[in-house]
Design a protein around this ligand. Structure first.
Ligand code: CA
Length: 223
């Protein structure tokens, strides 16, 4: 049976375009334009994923995401018209699985839908058998080989690793790794992440673990 995506979007042309692309990619798609109609539909139809616009007539996307999370773990991708808003959304910890920024290309949306479904339908997404985190030794091992992270890299890695798929903004990462985060800027995080990824790539896992999320920050995903 095809996986079923609910598109919550009040711009008809955008919604129809997404629906066409999702159907072409093999998904069933249903459109709802009014926020008030979303929850009853979700309860009775149990979609496999929800694409959720924020600005809607009726209940807005933020309220809907919170409400739905109180009874369902259905994957949710939130769409926002402002890049700046994503940081604020992350801070609200709504439990969305991904965020996309408008205007988006339908192709990108389909790619995100696939990635989120792959991650969330995988029964054991959190542990890669090859990776060992040695907290006491402040080491990360891949196949018993020490990746030789610095302390900062170790803390960055474990922050991301402990919550696979969750997107962290640079600010959130800074707060996790430094006591005095006022001294650090976004570029510092980027440069540590760059070194971290280089060390991971040298371990030749055959996949990347730390992914940048354009305009937002980083996440851990075994892809
Ligand atoms: Ca809208």
């Amino acid at each position: 049976m095809n996986q079923h995506v609910l598109i919550v979007e009040d711009e008809k042309s955008v919604a129809e375009l997404l629906k066409d692309y999702l159907q072409a990619a093999g998904y069933e798609a249903h459109i709802i334009a009014n926020g008030d109609e979303v929850e009853p539909w979700v309860r009775s139809n149990a979609p496999d994923l929800i694409l959720l616009d924020i600005m809607l007539p009726g209940k807005d996307g933020i309220t809907l995401c919170k409400n739905i999370r109180s009874y369902s773990q259905v994957p949710i991708i939130m769409a926002t018209a402002k890049v700046d808003e994503i940081d604020r959304l992350l801070g609200l910890e709504l439990g969305a699985d991904d965020y996309i920024c408008k205007p988006f290309s339908p192709r990108e949306v389909v790619a995100r839908v696939k990635a989120v479904l792959r991650r969330t339908t995988n029964n054991n997404p959190t542990t890669c058998a090859l990776i060992t985190v040695d907290k006491q030794g402040v080491r990360v091992l891949v196949d018993d080989i020490d990746l030789a992270f610095t302390a900062v890299e170790f803390h960055l890695f474990t922050a991301l690793y402990s919550q696979p798929g969750r997107i962290f903004s640079r600010d959130q990462l800074i707060k996790k790794i430094y006591d005095d985060h006022r001294m650090v800027n976004d570029r510092t995080v980027d440069s540590h992440i760059k070194k971290l990824r280089l060390k991971i790539s040298k371990a030749k896992l055959g996949m990347d673990l730390i992914h940048s999320v354009y305009g937002i920050g980083y996440k851990y995903e075994e892809l």
